[in-house]
Design a protein. Structure first.
Length: 163
C-alpha cells in the first residue's frame, strides 16, 4: 500500500515537472522571438559604440554581397565591419530583418561565414581561431548580430540593452 502511494507521488511530481518545463519552453520562446521596436539607427549606434573597430573597416554593399552572399536591400538595415587585414578575424555584422522568413537563412549564412573563417585560419592562426571560437551569433526576433572580437560580450550586452 505504501509502495503504491510512493509511486503515485513520484508520478504526480514528474507530471507537474513536465507541465512546468512545457510552460517554461513556451514562455521563453515567446520572449526570444519577439520583435524589437528599436530603430535600426538606434541599434546600430549602440552596437557600434560598444565595439572596438580599430582592426575593422566598414563594408559597402558589394563587400556584403561578396562575404555573405545576400543583397543588402532585402533587409530593413544592415551594417558590416570586416577585417582590415586577411590576418585578422575581427568582424561585426548587424542586420534588421524584414520578416521572420529571413531568420533561418541569416543564421545559416552567418554560420557558413564563421566556418569559412575558421577553415582559413586552421593550422596557423591560433589567435584568430580562438577569437572565432568565442564569437557570438545572436538571431533574435527581427535582428541578427554577429561579433568576432577580443571582447564580444561587450557588444552583445549593448545589443541586449538596445533590443
Amino acid at each position: 500500500m505504501k509502495e503504491n502511494q510512493n509511486r503515485i507521488q513520484w508520478i504526480l511530481i514528474l507530471k507537474w515537472g513536465l507541465v512546468l518545463l512545457c510552460a517554461f519552453v513556451i514562455i521563453s520562446g515567446a520572449f526570444t522571438n519577439r520583435t524589437s521596436s528599436t530603430s535600426f539607427q538606434d541599434m546600430r549606434k549602440q552596437v557600434v559604440k560598444a565595439a572596438d573597430l580599430t582592426n575593422m573597416k566598414k563594408a559597402d554593399d558589394q563587400m556584403i554581397r561578396r562575404l555573405y552572399g545576400f543583397d543588402p536591400d532585402s533587409f530593413d538595415g544592415i551594417v558590416l565591419y570586416y577585417p582590415k587585414s586577411n590576418m585578422n578575424a575581427e568582424e561585426l555584422l548587424l542586420v534588421k530583418l524584414k520578416n521572420e522568413d529571413q531568420r533561418d537563412q541569416m543564421e545559416k549564412t552567418i554560420s557558413n561565414r564563421v566556418a569559412t573563417q575558421k577553415k582559413s585560419f586552421k593550422g596557423y592562426g591560433a589567435k584568430q581561431t580562438a577569437m572565432l571560437e568565442k564569437s557570438i551569433v545572436e538571431v533574435r526576433g527581427n535582428y541578427a548580430l554577429y561579433i568576432s572580437a577580443k571582447n564580444p560580450e561587450k557588444v552583445k550586452a549593448a545589443f541586449d540593452a538596445a533590443y
